[in-house]
Design a protein around this ligand. Structure first.
Ligand SMILES: Nc1ncnc2c1ncn2[C@@H]1O[C@H](COP(=O)(O)OP(=O)(O)OP(=O)(O)O)[C@@H](O)[C@H]1O
Ligand SMILES: [Mg+2]
Length: 282
């Protein structure tokens, strides 16, 4: 496989103003794919998944532990303790111990952290400051997010990302969430440009939960492509039980079923993501 070379570190945020659109599933699998192919590149890279969703689904999936992390080891503390060293927080993941790392989170620690973060100056930019330090050791950072785009943590993801992916389910409700998120991304860009900072680029809209021969699904796909053109990834993620099955066994779809349609779709998405990132860095 001829892999393009990353010229600079990247921070990819998964955001959508709609729940259940595969943000976490995509964040986990994209991070795992990027970690999987890292050794195929002459320089290699280390991937860090930062779980910015207070529900902490991504981090608890990776840690394979039902127990929440203690406050002192968690993202909640890192966000509010300006003296903490961010590079001491990432943990090696059981999925890919040498190349995939994560910073754990939990509903309890985030509940304490969010009011404290709100009182901090530049609360929206806190994750951006942390990402700048983390990128010294992690060439690829992936942010999972949860909740509405107006939430403080999601705004932090918008301000900290170099690139954004907007997953959207191929149905009417997914389409509405997508429109709101595209407007939010433009607002985030304006705010950052106003501060003299580089805004995140939209890497692509990812159509997920795609069903063939279902009118609603096919119509949403063609409508989204007609409206957003090249901003939509060519890759679409099919509706399949494989993701839930793999994750419920503490695995990614590559370990669970490497030749499954799910694994093939993520593989294709990973290549498209890498190509688009490298193009944006040219
Ligand atoms: N391609 C797919 N086909 C079918 N089910 C899927 C697919 N991708 C994800 N799912 C399932 O859909 C549900 C929502 O996925 P996921 O948790 O990744 O979405 P999310 O956007 O992170 O949700 P939330 O807003 O709650 O954080 C999960 O049960 C997941 O297993
Ligand atoms: Mg999620």
């Amino acid at each position: 496989m001829d892999l393009p070379l990353l010229k600079k570190s990247v921070a990819i945020g998964l955001v959508c103003d709609k729940g259940g659109v595969s943000k976490t599933t995509t964040a986990l699998h994209l991070a795992s794919w990027l970690a999987k192919i890292s050794h195929r590149h002459e320089y290699g890279w280390r991937v860090l998944l930062v779980d910015m969703d207070p529900q902490a689904t991504a981090a608890s999936t990776l840690s394979c532990q039902p127990e929440p992390p203690a406050l002192e080891q968690s993202l909640g503390r890192l966000l509010v303790d300006t003296k903490a060293d961010p590079l001491s927080f990432p943990r090696s993941s059981p999925w890919r111990p040498e190349t995939l790392f994560y910073i754990p989170s939990s509903p309890e620690t985030m509940e304490t952290a969010i009011p404290a973060l709100l009182r901090m100056p530049n609360a929206d930019l806190r994750l951006r400051a942390l990402a700048a330090k983390l990128s010294a050791a992690y060439q690829v950072i992936v942010f999972d997010s949860g909740g509405r785009v107006s939430d403080l943590l999601v705004r932090n993801v918008g301000f900290a990302s170099t690139h954004l992916i907007i997953p959207a389910n191929a149905d009417w409700f997914g389409y509405e969430g997508l429109s709101r998120t595209v407007r939010w991304q433009a607002d985030i860009g304006d705010s950052l440009a106003g501060l003299g900072l580089t805004p995140p680029q939209l890497l692509g809209v990812l159509l997920s939960h795609v069903r063939t021969n279902v009118g609603n699904s096919e119509e949403t796909v063609s409508r989204t492509r007609a409206l957003l053109g090249d901003a939509v990834f060519e890759t679409m993620i099919p509706f399949t039980i494989m993701f839930a099955d793999a994750i419920s066994r503490g695995q990614d779809v590559f370990s669970f079923g490497v030749s499954s349609p799910a694994a093939k779709a993520v593989n294709q998405l990973g290549l498209e993501v890498l190509q688009r990132v490298v193009q944006s860095q040219a």
